[in-house]
Every structure is written in structure tokens, then in C-alpha cells.
Design a protein around this ligand. Structure first.
Ligand SMILES: [Fe+2]
Ligand SMILES: [Fe+2]
Length: 482
């Protein structure tokens, strides 16, 4: 009997899906693999492909001990196919098929919808690698450089996870979609990635940390709702991806936390009491808190757009079909069909932002977005604790959901971060107060000087409290001499 907890490394593609005995799948993945490696080498981290990076690789899907750490050259990383263990007797837990046994094969009537969900998720994974490919050159430390690459190789593995589903369960059109995932490019005018935020630039490390805090957290919400899926292979795949995703959000949250720490320490040392005195703080060579707030405003609003329109029949169809559930579906106490319930949706009506009760089924995007905002707010509070502990009155806050939106109810209006509706002219005047301006970007760019000496950190960020894999401060996370 095959051991489905531990990973089989005897094939080129590590897996716990008995790949060695699935000739058809092996053939499909074997054909796709060279294209993937080409993509990684041309679109993956620039300038570091030959370096030895201290990375974790999954060797098991046991949540208590699933990874091992070692030095690896990134193109030789063992990207694999890893599914959380199958739950005996699992059932569809929502929608019109509620109570039926979970599907082990694609339900024919929902095939197109299911494929679309997988492709949309799959497209985000390589996109973020492309967005982050230049960051290695300006890493603030070897510790951060390693974390960047860890996130990158795992996003690569998430692409594998989705390609596995396409190859295994969708035949020819699945293979075509898998090929297309290697053709689209983040920010490309002709072949862009599918979702807006994944075509934006990630020009500096502040953007990277904000991205991993906000946008990887959207990833978490999407994966959580796909983990509820009645299509069991999708549920098992995404459940394991969530284990990896946690580290990406850790990188973002602690990255910003360390910037805040450093800024507060520098302000204290210089005797600055007013954290909003941008010029004085910048003279210290650290990132002022108002600029952090602007970056936060940008990344939060861009990421909210990823949740789609507040009212969506697609979302209702995904749910009805049992393909995509709600965040923590199983701990919600209702009928899990939602045919007769409503949900309060924030709308823009007659020039006012107000709540309206809408059918709960079509309001599922709004609901997931609310859960997301709540999760974000907790992280922002943890940042505020650092500021508070250092003795400053400044507070960071999430902007209003109507602020800077391109999709949904608020796409054709402007609002301030506090949610006050603004005429277009006022918005234009105030924009640079709300979002990073060109000069903010120039200032941040001026700080992005690489620090590649083990144990040393750029002057705008504090060292982490703990090393990766409990390594000491001087540890060489990336080796330049192989
Ligand atoms: Fe991912
Ligand atoms: Fe991620």
C-alpha cells in the first residue's frame, strides 16, 4: 500500500499521488516540465539561479513535520505534487449537492466552472513570481533574500498543484490550459495575467512585504474557500497549499513589523516625537509611518478588487454547484444552501455609501471580502502594538472599502480613506496624500541598497527576532560561492 503521508522522491516529480503508476499523468507532466523550467529560468528570480539557497522542501503532508531545510539551487528545487490526506467518507458540505459523497472525479455538469476556478487560481501563482523577480538585487539581508526565494519556489509549486489537477482530471483542454499558464506574463500588454493586482509592479521591498501581507492573504481566503470544495482532489490540494501560504503571510507581516520597529527606534534615538514629521524621519534614512500607511492603502485597495463584484451570479453558481464554499464553511451555523437568506452588502446609492440586504447567494464575494478585511485588521493591530510599545501615538488603519477601487460597487466614484465621498477634482488634489506619490517611490527606491553580508541588515529594517529553522543571526542563508 502506498504511503500517502510521506512523499515519494523516487520519481523526478516528488509526489504523494502514486505518480509512478499513473503513466498517462506522468507523460503529460513530463511534457509540461521542460516548459516550466524554461519559464522559471527566464521569469524566476533574476541573478540568483546558480546560488545555493537554504530552502525548505516538503517531504510529507503531516502537519506536524512536513518540511526539511537544505541548500538548493532554485532550478533544482523539487517541485512536487502534494495533497492533504483523504478524509474517509467526506461529503459535499454546501450547495444543491449537500450531503452527497464528495466527488473523486469531475462532476460532468460542472466541468467548465470547475476548470475556470482552477485556471484562475493557477494563474496567480506564476504571476507573483514574475512580479518579484527583480527584488533579489536589492535584498536588505540574506535572511530576507532567502524568504523571498522560499515564497517564489512555493508559488512555483502552487502552479504545479493546479497543473496537476488540469492534467489529471481535464484531458486535452486541461493540458492546453496548463500550457497557457506558462504563456501569460504579469504586466504584459498582449498576454497579461488574468487578475489586475497580479499585473501591478512590485518595485521595492516595502511593496513585497505589503504584497505578501495583503495579496497572499487574498490567496489564503481563496484557498480556504476552495478547500471546502465538493471536488475532493481540489480540496486536498488547496488544504496542503494553505500550509505553505502561512509562511508567505508571515514574511509580509514580520517584514512590515521590522520596518516599523526600526523606524520607531530611529525616531526615539533622534528625539523625534511626532511620527508624521516626514522630512525629519526621512533624514534618518528610515521609512516614515505615513509612507507605510500610503503603501498599505494601495495594496489593500488593489487586493480588494481581487474579490470581484460584491454581487455575483458566478459566485452563486460556484457555491450552488458545491465547488467553492465560504471561509470556514463548516463552522458556520446555517443551512449551507443559502437559498432563503440575505447578507448586508455595502453599496453606492444616490451618492451615499450604505448597506443593503441582498440574497446571500449572490453576495458571497462580499462576504469573503468581509472575512478578509477582518483578518487584515487583526494584522494591522499587531503592527500598531509595535508602534504603541515604542511610545508613539501614530496608528495605521485599513482604508475604507470604497477607497481607490476599480471593480465592483465603488469603481465609478472616489472616496477618501475614511470613506467620505469625494468629487473627482478633490480626489485628484488629495491623491498624493492617500497613495504613494512619485517622490515617495523615489525615496523608497533610494533606500533599496543590497546587503549581502551574513548577519547584516539594511539600516531601514530591524533584524528578525528569530532565524529561519532556528538558525543563528550570522547564518549564511544564501551562499554565493558554491
Ligand atoms: Fe500561492
Ligand atoms: Fe503565497
Amino acid at each position: 500500500m502506498l504511503d500517502l503521508i510521506n512523499v515519494d522522491y523516487s520519481t523526478q516529480i516528488p509526489n504523494n499521488v502514486d505518480l509512478a503508476n499513473d503513466r498517462q499523468l506522468l507523460r503529460a507532466l513530463g511534457k509540461w516540465h521542460p516548459g516550466y523550467i524554461d519559464w522559471w529560468k527566464s521569469m524566476g528570480p533574476e541573478g540568483f539561479q546558480e546560488k545555493l539557497v537554504y530552502l525548505r522542501t516538503a517531504i510529507s503532508v503531516d502537519p506536524k513535520g512536513w518540511a526539511k531545510f537544505d541548500y538548493v539551487r532554485m532550478p533544482e528545487y523539487r517541485w512536487g505534487i502534494l495533497l492533504a490526506p483523504q478524509e474517509e467518507g467526506r461529503k459535499v458540505s454546501f450547495g444543491e449537492h449537500i450531503g452527497e459523497p464528495a466527488w473523486q472525479e469531475v462532476p460532468g455538469e460542472h466541468r467548465a466552472m470547475l476548470r475556470r476556478l482552477i485556471v484562475i487560481q493557477g494563474d496567480t501563482e506564476p504571476a507573483s513570481v514574475e512580479q518579484q523577480r527583480h527584488l533579489g538585487k536589492t535584498a536588505p539581508s540574506l535572511y530576507d533574500l532567502r524568504n523571498l526565494f522560499q515564497v517564489n519556489v512555493e508559488e512555483g509549486r502552487h502552479l504545479w498543484a493546479m497543473v496537476y489537477l488540469l492534467h489529471k482530471y481535464f484531458g486535452r483542454d486541461g493540458r492546453e490550459e496548463a500550457d497557457e499558464l506558462l504563456v501569460r506574463r504579469s504586466g504584459d500588454a498582449d498576454k497579461p495575467r488574468m487578475l489586475g493586482a497580479f499585473n501591478e509592479e512590485t518595485p521595492d521591498w516595502l511593496s513585497f512585504f505589503m504584497f505578501t501581507f495583503f495579496t497572499d492573504r487574498d490567496g489564503k481566503m481563496q484557498l480556504e474557500s476552495l478547500a471546502q470544495s465538493g471536488f475532493d482532489p481540489l480540496s486536498r490540494t488547496t488544504r496542503f497549499m494553505l500550509t505553505e501560504e502561512a509562511h508567505h503571510m508571515f514574511v509580509g507581516e514580520t517584514g512590515i513589523g521590522r520596518i516599523i520597529q526600526r523606524t520607531c527606534e530611529a525616531m526615539k534615538q533622534a528625539g523625534i516625537h511626532d511620527a508624521s514629521d516626514v522630512a525629519k524621519v526621512r533624514a534618518l534614512g528610515v521609512i516614515d509611518l505615513p509612507t507605510l500607511q500610503k503603501k498599505l492603502n494601495l495594496h489593500y485597495s488593489l487586493t480588494l478588487d481581487l474579490f470581484g463584484s460584491e454581487i455575483s451570479t458566478n459566485a452563486a453558481n460556484f457555491y450552488n454547484a458545491g465547488l467553492k464554499g465560504r471561509y470556514r464553511e463548516n463552522s458556520i451555523n446555517d443551512d449551507h444552501r443559502l437559498t432563503n437568506s440575505t447578507y448586508p452588502v455595502l453599496k453606492f446609492i444616490d451618492g451615499n455609501i450604505q448597506h443593503m440586504d441582498e440574497p446571500a447567494l449572490t453576495a458571497l464575494n462580499m462576504r469573503l471580502r468581509d472575512d478578509y478585511s477582518e483578518d487584515c485588521a487583526k494584522g494591522v493591530e499587531r503592527w500598531n502594538k509595535i508602534i504603541e510599545k515604542e511610545g508613539f501615538a501614530y496608528r495605521l488603519a485599513l482604508p475604507h472599502v470604497a477607497f481607490n477601487r476599480k471593480i465592483g460597487e465603488f469603481r465609478n466614484m472616489e472616496a477618501s480613506p475614511s470613506g467620505i465621498v469625494l468629487p473627482a477634482a478633490d480626489w485628484l488634489k488629495a491623491k498624493d496624500e492617500y497613495l504613494p506619490s512619485t517622490s515617495d517611490g523615489d525615496y523608497i527606491a533610494s533606500l533599496m541598497k543590497p546587503v549581502m553580508e551574513a548577519g547584516k541588515y539594511a539600516p531601514w529594517i530591524a533584524p528578525p527576532r528569530q532565524g529561519i529553522d532556528n538558525k543563528p543571526g550570522e547564518f549564511e542563508y544564501v551562499k554565493f560561492v558554491a
